[in-house]
Write a protein that binds this ligand. Structure first.
Ligand SMILES: [Ca+2]
Ligand SMILES: [Ca+2]
Length: 241
């Protein structure tokens, strides 16, 4: 099949699906690799909203996001035997993500993450995650910490005080023994840590005993807080497949 015929088939495919599902395709990238086809959704505010668009698009199998331009592309898998050319995509400076396992979940390095926007005390946040067969996020390395803050916490509306808003509960805590930090629910000892300057409570050590739950700040660093503080939260689970 020649390239013109392939292009025609692809435009036809996208048009049909776009009309049927009433998705607002504002443009179509006509370059493709292997058996995939990129569909430009629109410029989105975050990786999360790009992932949600892909989740809501039944044909989308993974998505591409450009942090600088905020461009969001869904990629449709062309599983119809069409042989495509070896052209590389025209999408530069982008990061590819596999579609989240469910709507509103986003995958990163084999785990899936959910951002709980409404605020809750730590134990309630833990229960919210449990209800979704997941746990409060366990942060094992700097890549995960920075990905979480970039994906879920850095927002235009964050206040200048880094402790005030745009923070989320993690599973980190020292509820059982003061100063011995573990990850809930396994209670495994924390190996990697990423404390914010003067944390945990180094400036006010006498308050450390009342601050037993750890939240992640928008810079990816951590802070200990009273567990009754109302915070947004991030749930994590392994990808099932
Ligand atoms: Ca983790
Ligand atoms: Ca403490």
């Amino acid at each position: 099949m020649n390239k013109t015929a392939i292009s025609f088939l692809m435009i036809f495919f996208v048009t049909i699906h776009g009309e049927q599902r009433n998705i607002c395709y504002s443009g179509v990238d006509n370059k493709h690799t292997n058996s995939s086809y990129a569909v430009f959704y629109q410029n989105t505010r975050s990786i999360l909203s790009c992932g949600v668009q892909c989740s809501n698009d039944v044909c989308c199998v993974w998505f591409i996001y450009n942090e600088t331009s905020k461009q969001c592309f869904g990629v449709h898998h062309m599983d119809n035997g069409v042989q495509t050319s070896k052209e590389s995509t025209a999408l530069s400076n982008t990061i590819h993500y596999r579609k989240g396992c469910e709507s509103d979940w986003i995958e990163f390095k084999g785990h899936s993450y959910f951002f709980g926007k409404h605020t809750a005390i730590w134990s309630d946040a833990k229960m919210e995650c449990k209800k979704m067969c997941s746990y409060l996020v366990n942060i094992e390395d700097i890549e995960e910490a920075e990905w979480l803050s970039t994906t879920f916490l850095k927002k235009d509306e964050c206040s200048t005080n880094i402790f005030n808003g745009c923070t989320s509960w993690t599973g980190g805590n020292d509820l059982n023994a003061e100063g011995e930090y573990v990850w809930d629910p396994s209670n495994t000892t924390m190996v990697f840590t990423n404390w914010h300057t003067n944390e945990p409570s180094l400036t006010y050590p006498s308050l450390a005993t009342t601050r037993d739950c750890i939240d992640i700040l928008r810079n990816g660093k951590w802070n200990d807080r009273p567990c009754l503080h109302l915070n947004s939260f991030i749930c994590e689970k392994s990808i099932d497949f």
